[in-house]
Design a protein around this ligand. Structure first.
Ligand SMILES: [Zn+2]
Length: 214
């Protein structure tokens, strides 16, 4: 496995958090369904905000395409204006220019409106997602896992399953914090350098020497 240990430790922490939250959510007694309802409402609000933002982005792209089309027409009429022969033709082209200019302005205004919708939706989304620790923990897990080699990811997953959700454990007082067996001095030395993965001799979990805590 070639993954920084603090990353593995964080991944395990987030996985455990999500699991415990889900367990809580799935076993809530009847009097707590109100909390559950509120939670579901928050999830729905976030989904709505996301949808609103995406729709506005699609519409903005369309409005941008329309705008450049109108601008193209405008340039064409302005070129025509220079070649007109009489005042009647001149008046007709001016009318066309006037109409296209209105379209350009309204497309520009629409784009500004849509940009505001997109901005508001993304700002609200950021603040709502903070209230949804579960969703953000899941997103973090996905991100951490995506940065790992599939082989490492599978190996870590297997170890997590085999070791009851604790695949990587802190070193505490020169011992493994899971099984409390003392760590050999040589292994401890390697842990402090922190370049290779060291497993506990006794429980075979990955040992994590936290420089700040140890
Ligand atoms: Zn151990």
């Amino acid at each position: 496995m070639n993954v920084p240990l603090d990353q593995l430790y964080r991944l395990q922490d987030r996985i455990r958090f999500v699991q415990s939250r889900k367990r809580e959510r799935d076993t809530i007694p009847a009097e707590l369904t109100e909390v559950d309802r509120e939670y579901r409402e928050k999830v729905e609000t976030v989904a709505t905000l996301k949808r609103r933002g995406t729709e506005a982005e699609v519409e903005r792209r369309r409005a941008n395409a329309e705008l450049s089309e109108h601008q193209g027409k405008l340039r064409k009429y302005q070129a025509q204006l220079r070649g007109v022969q009489n005042s009647r033709e001149y008046g007709a082209v001016l009318n066309e220019i006037d109409a296209v200019e209105k379209l350009v302005r309204s497309a520009e205004n629409r784009i500004l409106e849509l940009e505001e919708v997109i901005q508001t939706a993304s700002k609200e989304l950021a603040s709502r997602e903070e209230i949804l620790p579960l969703a953000s923990a899941e997103a973090e897990i996905a991100k951490l896992e995506a940065s790992m080699h599939p082989r490492d990811r599978a190996e870590f997953q297997r170890l997590l399953e085999k070791k009851g959700g604790l695949a990587i454990v802190l070193v505490a007082g020169n011992s493994c914090s899971a099984c409390h067996v003392k760590i050999r001095p040589a292994a401890l030395q390697s842990l402090k350098v922190g370049r290779e993965i060291i497993y506990c001799d006794s429980c075979k979990r990955i040992l994590y020497y936290d420089m700040q805590k140890s």
